[in-house]
Design a protein. Structure first.
Length: 575
């Protein structure tokens, strides 16, 4: 395969031209070497290429809990291949733990902190390559953004999915717990049943088990080429994961030898392949935000409209939760991401010539797919669950810059109903749990966008409570916030411009009629233009919730959701 290599301006990664030589070679660098000797590195260690192991291990959730163990295996692989690993840590925020609280505002903001911290340590320590270990949702795109900025030979390795929990004869994920909260509030289950579901849903280490955001982005990393094909789908507690990690350490040294860098791999075709994987697997709407953000770091032109175009031509092949029957472990057992890639290649739906970290094309990787006889997770070629993928972009006078909805094929495609307006998530949740939301309503939750929240909270608690209360087929939701990959139902997020920027969603009043027409790709506020103009003239921007600290800085610098909610600077609004 003819993989693009690093440019002349970047310089070839040869033994005489490594970034670490600047910090470690020559008599003048004796103090640096002395410091590192104090950290336990030998003279021989410091003569080898230095590989940073960026670890998002944390004890606040099961999603990243196994990354300490995997880091050891990655380091063993680096050493075996002739390099010197240096592990460093960055942060992670648990979406599942913080959901529905003020703490959830930290989640999307953490993506930027993770990217910044990997970039900072990588530049400061002048690593020759990076292996980033990731787990919970925002750690995956955050790490990818960091290595794209550094653009030294790198790869991203996902810690793996959690195993499904079991209760009353069915598999459980964390989404079942959130939906049980709504069912409990509606009197559909009792205290004992709620407690049992809580106790059995999360049996150990690994990220949330359906095709929610973590597993969606882990799959996208394989299709985009930044993760070795087949590596991310191995579950967290599977004994094979240790060998996967060790091979990742060896592989980064091969990338270094070949001078293959992240931006060489992440072409426009690679991003389109990643979008197709999301569409074909019923993946998370968060992929829209994250792939847009990654594309900006890669210097690739990607627009929110690309997601609708790719999804429209990509059938849904994987029968995965939250809309389907199976969890990520079942996908692994059925044949994994290679099998899904083969389905898409067989139908001419992805670019098989795209490069991957293994040194082989995506088509060559997919050719190794081994389908488990009798599996039902991935449909046969030409026999999809649905002829189009689930990611749909709607515009209209309520979302001039776009909004995102994920549909699995069983939802209604048209909804017309009265608005029930809430200026924060908590007020909406109180109304649902108190039984104040009726069939036909359109919940409008605003001032939860990137700037207004700040941080664009996920609303799995809200959406799951709606489903749990038995309203999933009769109530719609429109928000400038976002959703978990576990969300299902007619739920529109990422509405742009957001309320805090004076978008039309800020002008909606209780009782206004909202029309959602999926086939026409529109979401509209059914009031006269003159009334909308009058309300806009009277609107006043609210004071920010946070004026200082990381939340305040984020609110001041973040871009719109339709641009990926990336940070800008005063003189570079296009970043």
């Amino acid at each position: 395969m003819n993989i693009p290599r690093g440019t002349e301006d970047e310089g070839a990664m040869t033994d005489g031209n490594l970034p670490s030589h600047t910090i470690l070679r020559g008599p003048s660098r004796a103090p640096a070497r002395a410091m590192l000797r104090g950290a336990g590195y030998s003279e021989e260690d410091l003569r080898k290429p230095i590989i940073g192991i960026a670890n998002t291990w944390i004890e606040t959730m099961p999603c990243n809990l196994n990354l300490r163990r995997l880091a050891k295996q990655v380091k063993d692989g680096v050493r075996a291949a002739g390099g010197t690993p240096m592990e460093f840590n960055t942060i992670a925020i648990s979406d599942g733990v913080t959901m529905g609280t003020e703490g959830m505002k930290a989640s999307l903001i953490s993506r930027e902190v993770i990217a910044d911290s990997i970039e900072l340590v990588g530049r400061g320590q002048m690593f020759d390559g990076i292996v980033a270990l990731v787990g919970c949702d925002k750690t995956i795109p955050g790490a990818a953004m960091g290595v794209l900025r550094l653009n030294v030979p790198s790869l991203v390795l996902y810690g793996g999915t959690i195993m499904p929990g079991h209760y009353a004869g069915r598999d459980l994920t964390i989404v079942d717990v959130f939906e049980a909260v709504g069912a409990h509030a509606a009197g559909r289950i009792d205290d004992e049943q709620l407690a049992a579901i809580e106790a059995h849903a999360c049996p150990g280490a690994g990220a949330c088990g359906g095709q929610f955001t973590a597993n969606t982005m882990a799959m996208a990393m394989e299709f985009i080429g930044l993760s070795p094909m087949g590596s991310n789908s191995v579950p967290a507690i599977d004994p094979a994961k240790d060998e996967v990690a060790r091979r990742a350490g060896e592989l980064v040294m091969q990338l270094l030898d070949m001078n293959v860098r992240p931006r060489d791999i992440t072409t426009k075709s690679a991003f389109v392949n990643a979008i197709a994987s999301v569409a074909a697997s019923g993946g998370s709407t968060n992929a829209v935000l994250h792939l847009l953000a990654m594309a900006r770091e890669a210097g690739v032109e990607l627009d929110i409209a690309d997601f609708d175009a790719v999804s429209t031509r990509t059938p849904l092949y994987a029968d995965l939760k939250p809309g389907g029957r199976f969890v990520a472990y079942d996908l692994y057992q059925a044949g994994g991401t290679r099998l899904l890639a083969k389905r898409l290649l067989d139908q001419g739906l992805i670019d098989g010539s795209a490069a991957t970290t293994s040194g082989r094309t995506l088509a060559q990787e997919a050719a190794e797919a081994r389908e488990t006889p009798g599996q039902e997770v991935i449909r046969p070629a030409g026999e999809p669950l649905k002829e189009t993928g689930g990611l749909i972009i709607l515009h209209g006078n309520l979302a001039p810059q776009g909004s995102v909805v994920k549909l699995f094929g069983y939802e209604r495609l048209f909804h017309r109903g009265p608005a029930r307006v809430f200026d924060c998530e908590e007020d909406a949740m109180d109304a649902i749990l108190a039984g104040h939301i009726a069939a036909g309503d359109v919940l409008v939750i605003r001032y939860e966008g990137p700037r207004g929240g700040p941080g664009m909270r996920e609303m799995l608690g809200i959406t799951a409570a709606i489903v749990g209360a038995g309203l999933g087929e009769s109530v719609a939701l429109v928000t400038d916030g976002r959703f978990s990959g576990g969300t299902r139902g007619l739920m529109l997020g990422h509405v742009a411009p957001e309320a805090a920027r004076g978008g039309p969603i800020a002008l909606v009043k209780d009782g206004d009629t909202i029309v959602i027409d999926v086939d026409s790709r529109r979401v509209d506020l059914d009031i006269p233009d003159t009334e909308l103009t009058r309300r806009r003239a009277a609107w006043q921007e609210p004071a920010p919730h946070y004026k200082g600290g990381v939340f305040g800085r984020y609110a001041a610098l973040v871009s719109s959701a339709h641009e990926g909610a990336v940070l800008t600077t005063p003189d570079r609004q296009d970043l």
